[in-house]
Design a protein around this ligand. Structure first.
Ligand code: LLP
Length: 423
């Protein structure tokens, strides 16, 4: 459920008309709903009710400071994957003990940075990373709390580019090497083993892979405890899918996901951590764009809009589907017809959808891409010298630009000319 609904024939974000925001901010832009973000956080919190748990927002999904602040105010911690994300989380007011640090390629500089600033735990992904972290922590006179990320070798049944739990993926330590790796971790100075971490992929629409992975984690917990490790935290990652195609998709509910967690690891008495990104932010955001032209091609019509692949790359990168709706609600009985919806970028890949049934639209009309709040703005670029599009946050009847559109001057002045070129 979200808060982007038609009221009197006009799309609203909570109590604000989307057309009104477009008139003030210009198009294209991202638009987020505070109430939806809060609702999604609460849904997860309730799904884990009764378990000792913490929710770390995977901020790679949406790193806007206002979004981070909104979630942090609800009690969310942050799952970060870079020094930059760590700095943003701290700037958003999140304390170090509510930040977990994930990722396969943490650098020595990043280890220094977060150990200095304070961190709840490192989710370590390899033996060389263990050794480097031990060296850095020891040199700083600190102890780093760690989990080891295991790769359970399960098929997450999601898009190949976002599946992470098979042995052919670069993530985690194979189950077969886990005991050895935990033994090494326990023997290294400057490290304290606190638990196990697992994340098998993103946009999962089936709970079975979770059940398999968490069952393996539960077995490993018992084995490692028997080996003498004090396993007291389980970080179960993120990945729960959202309905991108509302008419025919019904991914599992967080409540059902919570039940899988209870069934598989609930008896272990561990603190449970999860790292959802998409489910919190995805349907809390839309991207609004304006039709530039309706071009009649041979045998097909093209709706050319002012947003492009640089603004929302998911369709080009993962063949992702986004529902696209007219901001002015089509009158009942209006016949839709198929169009290709494309952006202005000079690549055929700059196609959002092919032969999608849409109501009649003309130049100047607004459309909204649903489910654009996760992996939208964060993956944008300035390809074709198109400035990053603004982000707007709504709360009730108020809205605010939470990242302005850069001017051309700002964009140009980021490049610096070498001295030998200065006139
Ligand atoms: N934890 C870890 C260690 C992750 O790698 C990820 C996502 C998450 C949590 C959050 O997963 P989520 O709950 O958002 O599914 N750009 C792609 C998605 C990449 C996901 C990468 N890792 C997309 O647009 O579909």
């Amino acid at each position: 459920m979200d808060h982007f609904i038609y009221k009197d024939g006009a799309l609203h974000a909570e109590d604000v008309s989307v057309s009104e925001i477009a008139a003030t901010v210009g198009t294209p832009f991202y638009l987020y709903s505070t109430a939806t973000l809060e609702r999604h956080f609460t849904v997860f919190d309730e799904a884990l009710h009764g378990l000792d748990h913490k929710i770390f927002f995977a901020m790679k999904a949406n790193g806007n400071m206002a979004v981070l602040r909104t979630l942090a105010a609800m009690g969310a911690g942050m799952d970060v994957v870079s020094g930059g994300e760590y700095a943003k989380a701290r700037a958003a007011g999140v304390s170090g003990d509510m930040i977990v640090f994930s990722g396969v390629g943490k650098t020595e500089e990043e280890m220094w940075q977060v150990l200095h600033g304070g961190i709840r735990q490192f989710n370590v992904e390899s033996e060389p990373e263990l050794r480097l972290l031990s060296k850095v922590a020891t040199a700083m006179g600190k102890t780093a709390s760690i989990t080891l990320r295991v790769n359970p070798d399960v098929d997450a049944k999601t898009h190949a580019k976002i599946a992470t739990g098979k042995s052919e993926n670069k993530f985690g330590i194979p189950m077969s090497k886990a005991r050895e790796a935990f033994a090494e971790a326990a023997s290294l100075p400057g490290l304290e083993v606190v638990g196990i971490d697992v994340h098998i992929g993103s946009q999962l629409t089936d709970l079975e892979p979770y059940r398999q992975a968490f069952t393996k984690v539960a077995e490993l917990t018992e084995t490692l405890r028997a080996d003498g490790h004090n396993i007291r935290r389980l970080d179960l990652g993120g990945g729960l899918g959202i309905p991108y195609e509302r008419t025919n998709e019904a991914p599992p509910l967080p409540m059902e996901y919570g039940q899988v967690i209870r069934d598989t690891v609930g008896h272990l008495g561990c603190e449970i951590e999860i790292e959802p990104g998409r489910l919190i932010a995805g349907n809390a955001g839309i991207m609004v764009s304006k039709v530039i032209y309706l071009k009649q091609g041979e045998g097909r019509d093209f709706l050319i809009i002012d947003a492009a692949m640089n603004d929302l790359i998911r369709p080009a990168m993962y063949d992702a589907h986004h529902d696209i709706i007219a901001v002015v609600e089509p009158a009942p009985g209006v016949e839709p017809s198929p169009v290709d919806i494309v952006g202005p970028v000079c690549e055929s890949g700059d196609t959002f959808t092919k032969q999608r049934n849409m109501p009649p639209l003309k130049s100047g009309d607004l459309v909204a891409f649903r489910s654009a709040g996760a992996y939208g703005a964060v993956m944008a670029s300035e390809y074709n010298a198109r400035p990053l599009i603004p982000e707007v946050l709504v709360k009730g009847d108020q809205f605010a630009v939470v990242r302005p559109r850069p001017t051309y001057e700002e964009m140009i002045s980021r490049d610096k000319l070498p001295e030998w070129m200065e006139s």
